[in-house]
Design a protein around this ligand. Structure first.
Ligand code: DCP
Ligand code: MG
Length: 459
């Protein structure tokens, strides 16, 4: 493990909700809940003001409405969130070529690889500067964790939330982790947490005390092994750019073509072993075994086999690779051999599945129409999803605050205006049309300064 806290983890604060607050001045400092607003909708996220009422991600929307009846309820605008995410990721890529995005609002950065930091002081400086830049470019806050490993960097950013920075000094990791609940470790979700609790293990220290054999017995090889290492704060997982390319592979090119079939088979075994070492080193397991063969005439073919579940077992990968080789004609000789594993899972997967099934809102969210719950049939209306932007020929830019019963309520304000006024229209009003979101931060700094000045004088 490295000795300086040069792995950075960034996680934007209440991301979707913060974007909505930045774009709608009247919602700043207020409880804002973003998610599916239909009967089976769930909360995607909510502002910290709404969290006070106990609302959180993945909660059924109906429950959120009971807890926070006066909050603003909005449907997600994924296109806008993605564009802000792109701005953030660009800032990260300016720090290092090794940026590993985990979601729209979260990424690891290897500061050392980019030369942006090499010790504690420079890492801290880079983190502070990053937060300032994110604020300037997007108008939003993100929390930063700095540590010598991915696991600790992520724990640090969690501790830093909201709008903060935490650096974990190398050497203090185990003492810090020990008393924490097992759920703190990556990959321990509700299912694994329960499993461990039934075995009398509730803290990270207790995982370390239980020992590796016990962990493997409880959770299986890949997961048990990995979790035990994490509990000892051993985490050498590298920051991997382009996480989308989900495979680990090794290959060798031979100076002289290999003709001997037995020698080819031995090489494939050797490559399988190397591939498994890499896989384990990254704390991963995978379902699909891939064999690559380039023949004497440069014709290249790949064969793959998909297993029932992910593996990081050397014998399993060896066997699969050998079976794949059986189906390849190598007469004439081979120049290159490769073995890879794709369809990767890391330890987080098990619990992500346990949590995710049927819970996340998908695709465009449903329209809010609470006032039409009487079931009255109405002619087909134009859709005015809550929170989406509109343009009115006379009143200008605004957003839909609610709609139903043939009416749509619009608040007229923009990211750099003062909180705006509300007006109600008929849903088929020809003066009203859907609009694209406006940038959250005015493009030219001098423009932004002007706008701020106006805000103050007219407020
Ligand atoms: N998200 C979602 N459904 C979930 C969890 C999250 O749609 N079950 C979306 C909405 C979040 C975004 O992903 O804004 C980022 O997720 P985070 O877990 O980072 O949550 P937030 O950024 O909203 O809040 P925090 O400040 O806790 O990071
Ligand atoms: Mg976040």
């Amino acid at each position: 493990m490295r000795t300086a806290p040069t792995i950075l983890h960034l996680d934007m604060d209440a991301f979707f909700a913060s974007v909505e607050q930045a774009s709608k001045p009247s919602l700043r400092g207020k409880a804002v809940i973003v998610g599916g607003l239909g009967p089976r909708g769930v909360v995607a996220t909510c502002s910290y003001e709404a969290r006070v009422f106990g609302v959180h991600s993945a909660m059924p929307m109906a429950q959120a409405r009971r807890l926070a009846p006066n909050a603003a309820y909005l449907v997600p605008r994924f296109g806008l969130y993605r564009s802000i995410s792109d701005q953030v990721m660009r800032l990260l890529r300016a720090l290092s070529p090794l940026v590993e995005p985990l979601s729209l609002d979260e990424a690891f950065v290897d500061l050392e690889a980019g030369g942006a930091a090499w010790d504690e002081e420079s890492a801290l400086l880079a983190g502070v500067r990053l937060r300032t830049d994110i604020r300037a470019v997007t108008g939003l806050t993100g929390s930063v964790g700095l540590a010598a490993s991915k696991m600790l960097a992520k724990i640090a950013s969690e501790q830093a939330k909201p709008d903060g920075l935490v650096l974990i000094e190398p050497g203090t990791e185990r003492a810090l982790l020990g008393p924490m609940p097992v759920r703190t470790l990556p990959g321990v979700g509700p299912a694994t947490g329960d499993h461990l609790r039934r075995a009398g293990i509730t803290t990270v220290e207790e995982i370390a005390e239980a020992g590796e054999d016990e962990l493997v017995r409880l959770l299986g090889k890949a997961h048990g092994h990995a979790l035990y290492a994490m509990a000892l704060a051993r985490d050498d997982r590298p920051v991997v750019a382009e996480r989308e390319t989900k495979s680990v592979s090794v290959e060798d090119t031979y100076d002289v073509d290999i003709h001997d079939r037995i020698r080819v088979a031995l090489e494939v075994q050797r490559l399988a072993d190397r591939c498994v070492r890499r896989l384990r080193g990254a704390g991963l397991s995978g379902r699909t075994i891939v064999l690559k063969v380039r023949r004497y005439d440069f014709s290249t073919l790949t064969r793959s086999e998909t297993l029932r579940g992910p593996t990081d077992d050397q014998a399993v990968v060896r066997e699969a690779a050998a079976r794949l080789l059986d189906s390849v004609d190598t007469t004439g000789g081979v120049r290159l051999l490769g073995v890879g594993v794709s369809g990767l899972a890391d330890y987080t997967q098990e619990d992500l599945f346990a949590q995710a099934v049927g819970e996340r809102p998908e695709g465009p969210a449903e329209e809010e129409a609470p006032e039409s719950a009487d079931g009255a049939t109405r002619p087909v209306e134009r859709r005015w999803p809550a929170g989406h932007d509109v343009l009115h020929t006379e009143h200008g830019h605004g957003w839909v605050q609610g709609s139903g019963l043939g009416r749509v309520t619009v608040r007229f304000e923009t990211p750099d205006s003062v909180p705006g006024r509300v007006r109600t229209f008929r849903t088929d009003d020809p003066a009203l049309e859907p609009a694209d979101p406006l940038p959250l931060v005015a493009r030219r700094p001098d423009e932004a300064a002007d706008a701020e000045g106006q805000d103050r004088s007219s407020a």
